[in-house]
Design a binder for this molecule. Structure first.
Ligand code: G3H
Ligand code: 13P
Ligand code: ZN
Length: 309
């Protein structure tokens, strides 16, 4: 099975009322945990790589790890650049074998976002690669994605048709109240499903992408806090809201923070229980196993992409 684009995945997901999980990968244990889970429940997958991940692990290592996972599992996998912020980084991922790239021009003006996105689409499409654009700004802080709450803004539905038409993007990330990281809501979680609904009416049969979609699973936050960590107030997107979005026009749901929390919680607990251990294989094995369990749970209970190959 070669690498695939997300075109067919999204078409089926839209029709079937489910979503494809787009999981961020940074090292071997994460790639293995995710792909072993998807294999067991027969799910298509998007593995996404951020600029920070490319800096940390190097493009070639991540690409080879993903190729190894495909050989091992025979799954249809799409490799996607997460939050590309320039034509150059998108081009380098297209040239380097990715089947999908995101150009995140959301920090620019509408016109500049269109011009940049169209430049990436022209290059990517000429090489058989699909493109995700973004309209609206998510709040949140991770390594290379940093937008303050004051700068965040919901997607304006009145702009989406013109954006898609003039850029030629294959999918569109929108802002409806999710944010990156582990602290997504101060009070009651709220998403603007009315905006999603309006966008899907204006863009019939068009795949929408939800970033910042980790649920910040309490089990792993508790594991962190019980073992020397300090993450009071961590809160994510409730699973029933994600299921609702997956039943609407959302075909791609981005998950990174949940993987980080599962890995960190597991490693913290391991060291609390085995303070004298120092073999990385000993603490990374349970971390990988918990990533696998987490991804299986997401696929079956949140995304609904199991048995869709
Ligand atoms: O949305 C951002 C992703 O979670 C990647 O984060 O830039 O820290 O790798 P990163
Ligand atoms: P989370 O921080 O909610 O996992 O979002 C990840 C994401 O949107 C990657 O692009
Ligand atoms: Zn994101």
């Amino acid at each position: 099975m070669p690498l695939v684009t997300s075109t067919e995945m999204f078409r089926k997901a839209y029709e079937g009322g489910y979503a494809i999980g787009a999981f961020n990968v940074n090292n071997m244990e994460i790639v293995q945990g995710i792909t072993e889970a998807a294999k067991e429940v027969n799910s298509p997958l998007i593995l996404q790589v951020s600029a920070g991940a490319r800096k940390y692990a190097k493009h070639v290592y991540l690409m080879k790890l993903i190729e190894a996972a495909i050989e091992d599992t025979n799954l249809p996998i799409c490799v996607h650049l997460d939050h590309g912020d320039s034509f150059e980084v998108c081009k380098s991922c297209v040239d380097g074998g990715f089947t999908s790239v995101m150009i995140d021009g959301s920090k620019h003006s509408f016109e500049d976002n269109i011009a940049l996105t169209k430049q990436v689409v022209d290059y990517a499409h000429a090489h058989g690669v699909v493109v995700e654009g973004e309209l609206g700004k998510l709040a949140g802080i991770e390594d290379d994605v940093n937008v303050s709450e004051e700068d965040a803004q919901f997607t304006n539905p009145a702009e989406v048709e013109e954006f898609v038409e003039r850029t030629g993007v294959d999918s569109l990330a929108i802002a409806i109240g999710t944010s990156h990281g582990a602290f997504k809501f101060k009070g009651e979680p709220r998403l603007r499903f009315d905006i999603l609904d309006e966008i899907s009416k204006r863009l019939p049969n068009f795949p929408i992408v939800l970033h910042g979609a980790s649920s910040v699973i309490p089990k792993y936050v508790d594991m962190i806090n019980a073992n020397g960590g300090n993450m009071p107030g961590a809160q994510g997107v409730p699973e029933d809201m994600l299921r609702k979005a997956a039943g609407m026009a959302v075909c791609k749901i981005n998950i990174d923070s949940d993987l980080r929390l599962a890995m960190t919680g597991t490693v913290r607990e391991y060291f609390a229980q085995h303070p004298d251990h120092f073999d990385p294989r000993q603490y990374l094995s349970p971390a990988r196993a918990n990533i696998k369990e987490l991804v299986k749970h997401k696929i079956i209970n949140v995304l609904g992409s199991n048995d869709k190959i």
